[in-house]
Design a protein around this ligand. Structure first.
Ligand code: SF4
Ligand code: SF4
Length: 187
């Protein structure tokens, strides 16, 4: 007989230092949604996303923008009466979504995150010109020109490197990262 685990358990397994299924202890009080500064832009509020996870509605969760819009402000986490780490849940859903290659169309977050993680895994440092293509084409012309102007000013002031830097002992770094996240397709 094949063991299958619930979506809630799968997500709980991705939460750092979590025991059991913390999301199951949610009492649906709505404190997290009420305190979230970006709830108005989310397809589902934090309270709703937890209800959907507990109901096993994986497709609906992965196709939502909720976790990609999370600003990691921790307001929800410090106020949750059940001490559920909702911010960490949002990070876990991002990782899960990238891992499964499933996310809502048209969002900047997934492409940007993937480009960022690949860049860090390969060189150990951030290099903005590699990240720019992951979001710049979704901007309108005025915003695009503003980005180019900002980048030029930073370059002229020596705040933007011309060439990417690479840390020493990159292989050790990759081995360390490989213990935390699946490396398939990242190297
Ligand atoms: S604040 Fe905590 S208990 Fe209340 S709805 Fe949000 S996650 Fe659930
Ligand atoms: S951490 Fe994310 S989900 Fe929680 S209140 Fe802040 S923006 Fe909203």
């Amino acid at each position: 007989m094949t063991d299958t685990i619930s979506f809630s358990q799968e997500v709980s397994n991705l939460l750092y230092a979590a025991e059991g299924e913390p999301l199951r202890t949610c009492i649906q009080c709505g404190t997290c949604s009420g305190t979230c500064p970006v709830a108005g832009y989310m397809d589902y509020t934090p309270r709703q996303i937890i209800a959907l996870i507990n109901a096993g509605n994986k497709e609906q969760v992965l196709e939502s923008n909720t976790f990609w819009y999370c600003a990691s402000c921790y307001h929800c986490t410090v106020r949750c009466p059940q001490k559920i780490n909702i911010t960490e849940l949002m990070y876990a859903l991002k990782r899960y979504s990238i891992w499964k290659g499933q996310h809502k169309e048209g969002l900047i977050g997934p492409t940007f995150s993937e480009a960022f993680v690949k860049m860090i895994v390969r060189g150990g440092r951030s290099f903005e010109p590699v990240l720019a293509p992951s979001y710049i084409f979704s901007l309108n012309l005025r915003e695009m020109l503003q980005e180019v102007t900002n980048a030029t000013e930073l370059l002229l002031k020596g705040r933007l490197p011309v060439l990417p830097a690479r840390i020493k002992r990159i292989d050790s770094f990759k081995r360390m990262i490989g213990r935390i996240i699946p490396m398939g397709g990242l190297e």
